[in-house]
Design a protein around this ligand. Structure first.
Ligand code: CMP
Length: 136
């Protein structure tokens, strides 16, 4: 049935002027953009949003990256939205995506394992948590 997922265009995507290209792909792929919000996240919000990664060695760098500029946060809705958005963005490591998934969004606008341009919820549970984190 219909499903909702959380998409984020990260600071590198926004500063690289990719938001309109990403939105065009979203709409052409049959998603409805139900909510959207542009915000410059503070450290506390990023730490809470990515709490599951708090013990990882890359966490301080992730917090620095995600607070480096504004992000565009969207709730996307369609049938199978979670898996379909993940397929569209491609693998986490954008440098690998450029080789293995050249048509993916991360191949288009990402750089590497960290600066990968976009986020997508990875499960029904995380979609519910992430949507309610930013939208009431
Ligand atoms: P995302 O899948 O949106 O959520 C976790 C983020 O952490 C991920 O995108 C990358 O931006 C970053 N990330 C994941 N794994 C690594 C890693 N091994 N090294 C650096 N950054 C990472």
């Amino acid at each position: 049935g219909n499903e909702r997922t959380l998409a984020i265009v990260k600071p590198d995507g926004v500063s690289g002027m990719y938001t309109s290209s990403v939105k065009k792909i979203i709409l052409e792929s049959g998603f409805a953009i139900q909510r959207e919000l542009t915000v410059h996240l503070d450290e506390d919000s990023v730490r809470r949003f990515y709490a599951e990664h708090s013990t990882k060695s890359f966490f301080p760098s992730l917090v620095k990256y995600m607070t480096s500029g504004p992000v565009l946060i969207m709730v996307l809705e369609k049938t199978n939205a979670i898996a379909d958005w993940r397929a569209l963005i491609g693998p986490t490591d954008a440098s690998k995506a450029k080789v293995t998934h050249p048509d993916s969004i991360r191949a288009m606008c990402g750089q590497d394992l960290e600066r990968n341009c976009v986020h997508g919820s990875d499960s029904l549970d995380s979609a519910a948590r992430e949507i309610s984190f930013f939208f009431y």
